[in-house]
Design a protein around this ligand. Structure first.
Ligand code: HEM
Ligand SMILES: [Ca+2]
Ligand SMILES: [Ca+2]
Length: 291
């Protein structure tokens, strides 16, 4: 059972330290907010929110993760600082969960209270990451199935995808979409993306997931979908003459509705299969299991 007051006596400075570590990192590199948010998502979907994604190797080498995840150094720095004030007390899984919330806040998004008390895994698995993380070419029903497997419903799915209001994606993840693979893409938008994402080569070249406000956590992601300017195939399937269209319209026109659905879904995602009590361990260093 997680509790928002978990560190109130054991490490009262924990939340402030995480917030200031995240704020410093995001102010020198706004994209870091996006990277930390994604790290938390990729953690929670594989074995639960247990910091398995932070262990060097293993899960980090899975398809959706390799050459793509960022932010490990920020988490390591925060952990080092917390170890100096509260020895072996604050888990890496909780640091990552709070850092995801603080990232959203640092980029102008909503805040919420984070339940705490997760412990850290002693294992990680690349094959589990490959099977449980949805990919950018997923259909809407594939996305729904991947989220349902984690007890997240369709509204949660549309809301969580709104995280793509910040951050970037590599050319290899949207090339098919802009070169005729999809018909539900704005022509001028596709043309503009081709300049930095050639048909061959340039696999790691980046484009903003939100073409309007890439460094602001707002509801512009949904407005983009209304004009077929979703960057990934898996973004545009949410607005494609389907049952999720009305939710997209609602979030595009009502920022408060999006904020409320997003915070609800983030808390649900943060509650996926945590290790608690005496399960797992409190790592001393987030990148490796205690020796
Ligand atoms: C619904 C299924 C999802 C799919 C298929 C998906 C897929 C992707 C892909 C392919 C990228 C680009 C990676 C790269 O090119 O290196 C990306 C980036 C990102 N994703 Fe997702 N994602 C999904 C859901 C989520 C969720 C639930 C969150 C968080 C709540 C999230 C947050 C992000 C962020 C913030 C970035 C940008 C990261 C950065 O700039 O470093 N995504 N996603
Ligand atoms: Ca995990
Ligand atoms: Ca935005």
């Amino acid at each position: 059972q997680l509790s928002s007051t978990f560190y109130d006596t054991s490490c009262p400075r924990a939340l402030v330290a995480i917030k200031s570590g995240v704020a410093a990192a995001v102010s020198s590199d706004p994209r870091m907010g996006a990277s930390l948010l994604r790290l938390h998502f990729h953690d929670c979907f594989v074995q639960g929110c247990d910091a398995s994604v932070l262990l060097t190797g293993m899960e980090q080498n899975a398809g959706p993760n390799v050459g793509s995840l960022r932010g490990f150094g920020v988490i390591d720095n925060i952990k080092t600082q917390l170890e100096s004030v509260c020895k072996q007390t604050v888990s890496c899984a909780d640091i990552l969960t709070v850092a995801a919330r603080d990232s959203v806040v640092a980029l102008g998004g909503p805040s919420w209270t984070v339940p705490l008390g997760r412990r850290d895994s002693t294992t990680a698995s690349a094959s589990l990451a490959n099977s449980d993380l949805p990919g950018p070419s997923s259909s809407r029903s594939q996305l729904e199935a991947a989220l349902l497997k984690k007890n997240l419903n369709t509204v949660d799915m549309v809301a969580l995808s709104g995280a793509h209001t910040i951050g970037k994606a590599q050319c290899s993840n949207f090339r098919t979409r802009i070169y005729g693979g999809d018909t539900n893409i704005n022509t001028a938008f596709a043309t503009s993306l081709k300049a930095n994402c050639p048909q061959s080569g340039g696999n790691t070249n980046l484009a903003n997931l939100d073409t309007m406000t890439p460094n602001a956590f707002d509801n512009a992601y949904y407005t983009n979908l209304l004009s077929q300017k979703g960057l990934l195939h898996s973004d545009q399937v949410l607005f494609n003459n389907e049952t999720t269209d009305n939710t997209v319209r609602n979030f595009a026109s009502n920022a408060a509705a999006f904020s409320s659905a997003f915070t609800t879904a983030m808390i649900k995602m943060g509650n996926i299969a945590p290790l608690t009590g005496t399960q797992g361990q409190i790592r001393l260093s987030c990148s490796k299991v205690n020796s």
